[in-house]
Every structure is written in C-alpha cells, then in structure tokens.
Design a protein around this ligand. Sequence first.
Ligand code: GCV
Length: 831
Amino acid sequence: MSCCFGLITALLFTGVIYAEDGSSGWLRYTALEESAARSYRQPAPRVVTAIGDDALVESARQELIRGIRGMLGLRLRVETRVSHESTFVLGTLGGLRKAAPQLALAGNLEPDAFWLKTVTVAGVRYTVVAAADARGVLYGVFGLLRKMALGEPIDRLDEKQTPYAPIRWVNQWDNLDGSIERGYGGKSIFWEGGHARQDLTRVGEYGRLLASLGINGCSINNVNADPRLLTDDFAPQVARIAGALRPWGVQVALSVDFGSPKSIGGLDTFDPADPKVAAWWKAKADELYRAVPDLAGFVLKADSEGRVGPSAYGRTHADAANVVARALRPHGGKLFYRGFVYDHHMDWRNLKNDRARAAYDNFHPLDGRFDDNAVIQIKNGPIDFQVREPASPLFGGLQKTNQAVELQITQEYTGQARFLVFLVPMWKQTLDFDMGPATVKALAAGKTFHRPTGGFVGVANVGMDSNWTGNHLSQANLYGFGRLAWNPDLSARTIAEEWTRLTFGGDAKVGATVTDMLLKSWRTYENYTGPLGLQGLTDIVGNHYGVSVEASERNGWGQWHRADEKGVGMDRTAATGTGYIGQYNPAVARVYESLDMCPDDLVLFMHHVPYTHRLHSGKTVIQTIYDLHYGGEATAEGYVGEWKPLAGRIDEQRYRAVLAQLEYQAGQAEVWRDAVNNWFLRASGIADDQGRVGHHRGRVEAEAMTLDGYTAVPVTPWEAASGGKAVSCPVARCAASIRYTGAAGRFILRVQYFDQNNGSAGYRVQIGGRPVDEWVASARVPSAKIDGSTSTRRTVTEIALRPGDTIRVEGMPDGGETAALDYIEILPFEN
Ligand code: GCV
C-alpha cells in the first residue's frame, strides 16, 4: 500500500497542468496545492463508514472516496461499522443514532438538509456527514468536498445547511430526435433518433453534477412536447433514464402536451371538464408511475406559442392544471403549469396592447383555484429571458397558489454559448427584488404565503459536448443556478469565486481575473446590445442571436421597443400607456410610473421618451445609447487582454478554447456596437457628440476595394453590415484588394467576413504578394445568411506595411457559403 500511495502522490503532486475538456465541470478534484493538501491530509481520517444501504448513501460514499483520492492522494478504507479509529461517518440521523450512538447527534433536520460535524469521542475524531434523508447525506458529502476544494478548514466542523426551497429543478428542452430547442452544447444526452439513447453514461454524469448543487428534479423533454412521449413505447425508456439519475437523487419529470388525450389517446376531445379526459390523464399517470415510481411530475405549456390549451373549450388554466394535477396527486407528483402564456398575434398598431401584461392578466384572476400539487412556473421577467427585464408582476399576484421562478441557464438571448455572459448578477436582481409583499425569492419559495411547494426551475439544455454547455465559461451559469436554488442569499461574487476556483484551480491571478470578467460580463453584454431596457434587438423571429434592431417591431410577437424618428420605448404607464405598471404593488408601481424615479436601466421598458430626454446621469437617451455601446464593446475587447496573461496558469486546452471564444466575442461586440448605433443615428438624425458613430478609423469597405469576381450585395438588415453592403463571391475564387497609401509602419489588419453555416469557405490574405494569413470559415453559427449572426472578425497582428503595398483578401466559397466580406480595418499596432 505504501508503495502505491507514494506513486499516486508523486503523480498527483508534480504541478503538471493536464489538458482538460471541461467534462468534469466543477467536480475536478485535482490535486490540491501541496501545503493545502498537507494541512488536510495530516488530520484527515483514513476510513469511511457509510451507514445504510440506500443507493444515494452509496453514491455519497463513492464520491467521498473519489474526492479525497483526487485532492489529497489518499485512498480511504471502507468499513461497515464505526470503530475507535478516526473516520468519515456518513448516514441519516436515524441510522447514525442507531449505529453510532456514541456520536450523540441531537436535533432534527429538514428534508435534503445536511449537517457537517466534527465529533470527538474518547480522543478519536470523527468527521460526520448527517442528514434527515439519504439525499441530504449525498449533498453533505458534496458540501464537504467543496469546502476542501475551496481551501476551507474542515477540522472543527459544525455546519448545518438547509435548502431555501423544496423545488430545485432543471428543465431540458430536448426533442426526441436528439435536437435541443435553444440548446447550444450539442445533441441531447437523453434522446437520439426518436428513442432514449442506448448509452446513458452522460445522463448519470449530469445527475452527479446536478446533485453536487442540490438539484433534485429534471424534466427530460421539450416543453413544446411531443405527445408520443406518453405512448406505451416510452414508459420503459423513461424508466431507464430515471434509473441513470436516481443514484444522484435527481427525479425525472416529463413535459406533456395538453392535447394528448385526443392526439394519442383515442378520445374525441381534450376538454379538461370532460370526465373521459380526466380518466385518461389518471390512467396515463398510473401507467407511468408503475414504470417510474418516483416520477417527479409533469411540466405543461398550454395556450402558448401555438400549443393547444384549455381555451379550445373555453376553460381556464386552473381547469387545465387541475385535471392533470389530480391524476398525479395519488402518486405524490407535481404539475408545473407554465405562466408563459401570451398571444403572439397581437396587433402592434394598438398602443394599448402589451405582451408584458399577459402572465398577470391570465393567472392573477385564477389565484386560489389551482390544486395544491400544481405550481405556476413563472419566467423571471414578463417578456422572455431578455438581457434586462423587471421582475414579473405575477410573483406578487399569486398568494393562494404555488409558484416557482423560471430562470434560463441556456443563453438563448444572451449570446448562445459564444459570449461570456455570467447570468447570476441578473438573476439576483430578480430574486432580491422587493415586490411589495416580499422579495421574489421568498414568494417563489412559498415562504411568504406559506405555500407547500415552490422554488426554482432553470432551463439548462446541456448537451453531448464534452463541456456540456458548448463552451467552458457558460458552465458558470449552471453552477450559479444550482447554488442560488440552494441558497439565493449567496452573493454573485461568492458564486463566481467558487466556480472559478473549482473549475480552474487555486491560482490567485486566475481567480481574480476570471471572477472579475464573470462579474462584469452581463452588464457588458447589455451595454453593447440593448441597454436602458431596450431588450434584445436581435432576430426575434429567427435565431435570437445576431443583431437586427427592427426584427421585433411591427409583428404580433409583442417584443416591441417602438423606436421611430422622434423617440423610443414602450409606454407601459398606467396613466397614458398599456397599464402594465399598474400590475405591481403600489410601492413598486409608483417608482416605475414616474419618469423621474424609474431607474435608467429600465427606462425604455417602462416609458416612451424623446431621444433628447435626459436620464439621471444627465446625458440624453441617444448619447447614452451611443456611449454604452462604445463602452460595452471596449470592455468585451478588453477580455482578450485580460485572459492572455493566464497562459500557463491553466491547462492549454481550455486556455486556447476560451481565448478563441473571447476573440470572437470581441469581434461580435463591434458588430453589435456599430449596427445599433448606426440604426439609432439614422432613426434619430442626432449625431454622436464624440463623433464616433458612422466614422471608423482605418476602415475600408469591401465594396470600395478593387474587386476581382466579388460583387456588392445589399445586406438584410442593413445595419448588420458596415455601409449596409457586403461583397459576395458567385464563382470559385474572388479577391478584393487595395493599394496602401499611408505611412510605413506596423499594423493590425482586421478582416470582417461572414461565416455562414452552409459551407466552409476559405480565406487568404496577401500583402505585397506575400501570404500573411489564411483560414477556413467553419464556426458553429446559427445562420446561413450574410447577416449580423454570421459577421465575424479575423485579426492579423503585427503586419508591416509600406506605401504602395497591395493588401489582397481572397475568398474561396464552399457549399452555400459565398466567402462574403464586409470590410477591412488597418489599425496601428500597439504593443
Ligand atoms: C420552448 C421562447 C423560446 C422558445 C421556448 C419558449 C418557452 O419563446 O424562444 O424556444 O419554447 O420561450 O419558454 O416556452
């Protein structure tokens, strides 16, 4: 044994940084820095005893063994009884009191809570992980290991942790064909080709990640539910998935389609008031619970975005929820009924229409009419996961109904796994917001009105990508959601620091840099996209990614910002607008209703104002739009410089992947900045008082270059390309060139091109006939068009230019991708 221990220690503690693909997430258990390892190793027990044969306790024991081995290089010996030797003792309070009364563990714990306690008996020290139930034991072990990974002492423990709310769920929007709606981390880990995957290894690994955060439920299919999931074929498949998650205490839930009694059930109706329909739901639930006895329940999206619902029969949402909830109740199941109900065919010409009103208007009148195992699942804001929204007034509008807050972990409107956007500060703004009766977190958790069920739901959409979320940094959002669901009083900084250390190790410079980048990233993204409550300004009817300022206007989807030549913003006041503000408690409404009191961050969400309106800052709205876009872009550009000094301090594989992501983001930030600013310049006719908007140092439009094969094409929307145009190559090879006429020197050359997803075009740059760069445009970007989503920047640093040199960019189309170019920029090289 001593030989093996020595070998393991030598291998683990050599300080070598191994390549990592991100699959371990924050559960890496890499060797602690030697002095920290020594301080834990010396007093640490060498034995683990787990009391009870529950599968979750077994998971807890295995996890402890794995963590201690990874971090300290110690192999724990497994014993079945608590002896007179220093031991890690795991078990439920009941089990421990019987098996080890000498530990004298007094008191009680809530479900899922845990107690980490150092107990000394006759000079022998025991490190105890106790809980009311087996799941709490598992959570306690994860809590203990996290402490060690964070460098916190564990020699004198007496810490109880109780989850803030009983509901801590994730939703996955996975389709049976293996795709994921708004998923950016690869294919489904659950489904493939219309069936549950044969190999569910990743599902188990996901369960482990979720359990480490205290997440106890996961719905495994899209809320835009495929009714086939409720056909007989699927029960055994759901049972297999549930089996993979069960050792981690994560219960499976299913999204269901309200039309199922008719579409797959053979009935001629899905009317919730029809006894045949009630009987169908009951029989279906009974059948499913035979296959999956611990099924957590159903999630239901009805009467929303084309899904059928109770309105088909003139019934209410309470009728719909209750008919399903009653089928689940005998089995202890819950029905999550989504509050995301709105009309997406609204007349945009009617200034009183307002999608933001919909959730409250639909559900507030029904308060008290939902059964106790039904929960209204409410998105954080009244629209749809925009970069900034006020807290949904519905949180304050339900006092006799269970509710849960729905947060979106997957970055649908916030950069889709290509941008660094840490969402915890945004979520905290909602959770900590005082609705009048109480904060959103207290209302959602059911604390304020003593509701039996409530809590937190996060739309996670992880996928088969090794790093789960499509990039390394977005994992911080999954981690942050879980930590907040367990304890919403944690600060964004604490969560960012924890995640950074667990994910990238204990190097202080890495910790400080990444934490700082995370904490400023939401505001940065907001600034270069849609600040002041403008919201997304993205392609609202398409991919929700690239810039498209007017896409949300003049259609029925209701994400309007109503910008015209005179002013901008939605008038949602009670006095002259849509009346949305009147849905809040009077204390909140008073602030939003008054232009003087309304926070600048939400001013255009609440009010329509002229561009010359002065904000609290003293600046006009239009100048603020310009300045924030320049500021946001500059901060995003700065990420690259902040990240580069971390080379060698984290593994090369993740270092490079993140660097590429940040470089890409910097380019996209410039696209957003210019597009939004140019759009508002054209709309308002008011110039930037700093002369930046519309003027770009060193920029040469591609259409102004000497073109060989390339032809100029208009771009839609016009603001997505500089000058509204690009050049596109209709033949096998094209070139755009200019003769450099400036002073000799060293420069950066930027090439703005379009990386469509329908081909992999090649590009080559030559200066004075010498090749200086070449690349293939093959990024995973969600558009096949020349637009704001595909606009991408390539930077060639430190090139020498002399007057008379020819700069030539060649493009070689591939498939449908036309090697399109927007512009080049020649900028001074600064070290
Ligand atoms: C699953 C937004 C998204 C949809 C999503 C919907 C919802 O509209 O764009 O993809 O559908 O929200 O939350 O139901």
